[in-house]
Design a binder for this molecule. Structure first.
Ligand code: FAD
Length: 407
């Protein structure tokens, strides 16, 4: 099919990046971008960091300046969410009408998981995905006070750090023995726990929320172990789920997000997916991977745009992301769920190190605390699938770039 009309569902980082890439690659047909939110596409990382702390204006988060869309003949339909897909008619429906496509990119991202406990809908039980959510947290924090943060994944950990920056007392509740324990393992996650403790956070570990209580407004959190933690507000960060409800009955294959092949193609002809909701067949890791990373949302969407235009190029980027908590910069490259050897370069005690996760002779992932350079370099090694020598990894004098096979 020659592609004259592209519809993009989802007007955020992935959707806007794909639209921009189509134009920069010379696509002259129509581009319609459907968005559920009222604001033009913006980046979410500042929402838990500088924007939340009132140190960065919203405009700095825009993916493109507002005039970019009309100037590039991108029909940005804000506040017009896709409601269904009829793939045999090649039509996306919204409350306002129908949009016919030759190629469709699904980029509707993810929504926050809710805690299925009593009191979760009390006023003052907040979560964070949108700029409005971030504003609500900042407003709740305005008077200082006490907050409970539920879940110490990256979002919960960043919100905790930002709330401390705003002078709020924070108790954080996490079911595992340390923040990000399952992903990073005991050695590295213990460092993160200590960073929070050093900043005055009260950590409740290996416990979870049983209920929120209060008279209309949340006043305390009750944990499974029977603790009662008084608070003025709570922020829940317990993960996301792919935003795929509108695709019910469409025939699009879904399993932990939308299944796409290495070219970002779904099981249905002419339909692609990218960003937080895409469960992608990754050529480097030889398995399906769905990640929730800023860089992936851009790069995967650009790859999908290229493939919409018939480029036929697999998307094989090694995933990378960062997190800022207090003055600690954390970076991660690769993908791992289990490992058989952890190699440390640098010093855990000084909180300046990079940890490499190995399986057999292969490096799957690297995470750094205040040592970003070697994570970027490790990404190249991971992408090369090269066998690695733990001794060389451990030695800070060895330039990781020299370990990449040249052939
Ligand atoms: C607070 C916060 C901090 C973060 N910090 C970092 C970080 O430090 N580093 C990092 O790498 N990543 C970070 N991320 C992750 C990063 O923001 C995401 O990976 C990225 O936003 C994914 O982009 P996306 O376009 O795939 O999805 P989303 O950003 O989820 O966008 C999807 C869009 O589609 C819209 N939508 C939903 N349903 C429909 C529909 N039916 N029709 C039309 N539109 C619809 C949604 O409203 C939304 O605007 C952070 C995320 C959050 C929330």
């Amino acid at each position: 099919v020659s592609v004259d009309a592209v519809v993009i569902a989802g007007a955020s980082l992935a959707g806007a990046s794909a639209a921009a890439k189509l134009r920069s690659e010379g696509f002259g047909g129509s581009i319609v971008v459907l968005g559920a939110e009222a604001r033009p596409p913006y980046e979410r990382p500042p929402l838990s960091k500088d924007y939340l702390q009132g140190r960065q204006p919203f405009d700095r988060s825009l993916v493109k300046p507002p005039e970019f869309y009309p100037e590039n003949k991108i029909d940005l339909r804000l506040g017009e969410p896709a409601t269904s897909l009829d793939s045999s008619a090649r039509v996306v429906r919204t409350a306002a009408g129908e949009h016919r496509y030759d190629a469709l990119l699904i980029a509707t991202g993810a929504r926050n998981r809710r805690l299925p406990v009593p009191g979760a809908d009390l006023t003052g039980v907040l979560d964070l995905r949108t700029v409005e959510n971030s504003d609500a947290i900042r407003e709740a924090a305005a008077g200082g006070g006490r907050a409970v943060v539920v879940g110490l994944g990256f979002i919960g950990a960043e919100v905790t750090a930002s709330l401390r920056g705003l002078g709020v007392e924070v108790t954080a509740i996490e079911p595992f023995p340390a923040p990000l324990y399952r992903v990073l393992g005991p050695e590295v996650s213990a460092v993160l726990a200590d960073i929070h403790r050093d900043h005055g956070v009260s950590l409740i570990l290996e416990d979870s929320v049983e209920a929120f209580e209060g008279d209309h407004r949340v006043e305390r959190v009750i944990t499974k172990a029977g603790r009662h933690v008084d608070c003025d507000f709570a922020v829940v960060g317990v993960g996301v789920e792919p935003e795929v409800g509108w695709l019910e009955g469409s025939g699009i294959a879904i399993d932990n997000g939308i299944l796409v092949d290495e070219y970002c193609r779904t099981n249905i002809d002419g339909v692609f997916a990218a960003g937080d909701l895409a469960n992608h067949d990754h050529p480097v890791f030889e398995r399906r991977i769905r990640v929730e990373h800023w860089q992936n949302a851009i790069r995967q969407a650009e790859a999908a745009a290229g493939n919409i235009l018939g480029r036929n190029e697999p998307y094989a980027d090694v995933h990378w992301f960062w997190s800022d908590q207090y003055d600690a910069n954390i970076q991660y490259a690769g993908y791992h769920t289990s490992w058989d050897e952890l190699v440390i370069r640098g010093s855990i005690e000084d909180r300046k190190f990079v940890a490499f996760y190995l399986s057999g002779e292969r490096m799957l992932a690297a995470v750094s605390v205040n040592w970003p350079r070697d994570v970027r370099r490790a990404a190249t090694l991971i992408g090369a699938k090269a066998p690695v020598d733990p001794e060389a990894l451990r030695d800070p004098a060895v330039d990781l770039r020299k370990l990449v096979p040249t052939s």
